[in-house]
Design a protein around this ligand. Structure first.
Ligand SMILES: O=C(O)c1cc(=O)[nH]c(=O)n1[C@@H]1O[C@H](COP(=O)(O)O)[C@@H](O)[C@H]1O
Length: 291
């Protein structure tokens, strides 16, 4: 059986630091890199980032939108790159932000199956259709040793409009966190944390052998942390660093020593079409994050 995603993620973070770099090849970025906004430019961009960073940072996070916009040939670029990146030791988190019901949700979750042409380690999902709508994805993830990151408190300025709205006494965001915390509950984790008090402590939210496979997305841009993450037992994906204004100081203020995967796209990619420069940009973030 595949090692659960949470364990593989904790190992990758221990080996390479916690940074996740997003592959966001939007039109302006391709042009800035001196590339064309077409499939050739997309392939060159993707190959350079994978060569620079697969196996160098903990996680690569391709943004599916920027591959879909080039049609089936764009998807082929991504399929090749993901297979290469995983073979080179990268964990790949597909940023798809999918959410639907029943068999449709199960169809999206097939990205986590090893036989899928675009098989990945983890997937971002949207809980907008209700927390139980994600259950088919959770089941697939459990079967395949994959991970899910559920949007809880996102980094965009108007995120609180929906996410801070109350459902009974809890906010929508808190309901999401509590759902994911149940997915990561001790009975569902591999091993027996009760026999190992030190590892049990890790379930409270720090990296460790029992890091849960499912996480939530909470932006590094929040003025204050308005969700209680103490029952999450899994990782937080924290986008919003650099281009959106978030800093490493914000991460420390918001999340302390909890298991966080800070995600940066533009602030690394602006290094341009140069393997060494991309690696240096990622290394600067890793150095600051692990200082
Ligand atoms: O799921 C995400 O990665 C994500 C969640 C969120 O709350 N905010 C957010 O910006 N992102 C993604 O992060 C990427 C932008 O990162 P930057 O270029 O570093 O700002 C895009 O692919 C967004 O979809």
């Amino acid at each position: 059986m595949t090692t659960p995603f949470g364990t593989r993620l904790a190992d990758a973070v221990a080996a390479r630091g916690p940074l996740c770099v997003g592959l966001d090849p939007h039109r302006e970025l391709l042009l800035e890199w001196g590339l064309t906004d077409d499939v050739d430019g997309l392939r060159r961009f993707t190959d350079l980032v994978v060569e620079a960073l697969a196996g160098h940072v903990a996680v690569l996070k391709p943004q599916l939108a920027f591959y879909e916009r080039h049609g089936s040939r764009g998807m082929a670029v991504l399929e090749d790159a993901v297979a290469w990146a995983r073979a080179a030791g990268a964990l790949v988190l597909l940023d798809a932000k999918r959410g639907d019901i029943g068999s449709t949700m199960a169809g999206y979750a097939d990205y986590l199956r090893p036989g899928h042409p675009l098989a990945v380690d983890a997937l971002t999902v949207s809980p907008y259709l209700g927390p139980d709508s994600l259950e088919p994805a959770r089941r697939t993830a459990e079967q395949c040793g994959g991970g899910l990151f559920v949007l809880a408190r996102t980094s965009n300025p108007d995120a609180a409009t929906f996410q801070s709205a109350l459902v009974g006494e809890r906010s929508v965001a808190q309901t999401v966190v509590d759902t994911v915390g149940r997915w990561n509950a001790p009975g569902r984790l591999v091993g027996d944390p009760a026999s190992d008090p030190a590892s049990f402590a890790d379930q409270q939210g720090r990296w460790g052998a029992f890091t849960g496979s499912h996480g939530v997305v909470v932006g590094a841009t929040l003025a204050e942390l308005d969700v209680d993450l103490s029952g999450l037992r899994g990782p937080v994906l924290a986008p919003g660093l650099g281009a959106q204004g978030g800093s490493v100081a914000d991460l420390r203020r918001l999340f302390g020593d909890r298991a966080v995967v800070p995600s940066v796209s533009r602030d690394v990619l602006r290094a341009g079409a140069d393997v060494a420069a991309l690696r240096a940009a990622a290394d600067r973030w890793t150095a600051e994050l692990t200082a």
